[in-house]
Design a binder for this molecule. Structure first.
Ligand code: HEM
Length: 150
């Protein structure tokens, strides 16, 4: 087996016998007896033996199985020592086409067409805003002229 190292983003990992797995295959290894994780969307690590020694506990690793765990691994702010430890557990690469691409939330466009009910209630409000001051003015003038002494 020819072993060479290559830098891939922030991770230095050893390229082994070039085994390539699908995410479906990796997902079958999601228990504390057999635990594989995918980091960097490409590399598969068998961390079963490390579960009991993990300073963050085995649960956190187990919940990161069956998917690209890069964000989970990175978000913790693992030390370079922790990153270097990954090499020990390398088993192969993942067919990137089997890993879902990250989707970012895009808010829906504002509703251009308002319902006719909303439109008609807006029209009523606008009309009232115009009519009410006129009515008050008319009423005031009426009272004034009625109470005016000749
Ligand atoms: C994606 C899965 C993983 C998650 C969610 C995770 C989470 C965590 C958490 C929460 C801690 C902090 C524990 C504490 O301070 O109490 C920790 C520490 C640590 N983890 Fe992980 N971990 C993961 C995978 C790994 C892997 C695969 C390795 C190495 C093979 C590793 C190595 C370490 C080490 C060495 C520490 C001690 C602090 C450090 O040196 O960064 N972890 N991890």
């Amino acid at each position: 087996m020819v072993i060479h190292s290559r830098k891939q983003n922030k991770f230095l990992y050893v390229s082994g016998d070039g085994r390539v797995f699908t995410l479906g295959e990796v997902s079958k290894h999601s228990s504390n007896q057999d635990c594989w994780i995918v980091i960097d969307g490409k590399v598969v690590y068998d961390v079963t033996k490390f579960l009991d020694d993990h300073p963050g506990g085995d649960d956190v690793i187990l919940t990161s199985t069956g998917k690209d765990a890069t964000d989970d691994f990175e978000d913790v702010g693992h030390s370079t020592t922790a990153k270097a430890m990954l090499d020990e557990y390398y088993v192969g690469d993942i067919a990137s086409s089997t890993v879902p691409t990250k989707t970012t939330f895009v808010p829906p466009p504002p509703n251009q067409k308002q319902s006719s009910q909303t439109q008609s209630s807006e029209l009523v409000i606008k009309t009232l805003q115009f009519l009410v001051p006129l009515l008050i003015l008319g009423l005031a003038l009426g009272i004034h002229s009625y109470t005016k002494t000749p």
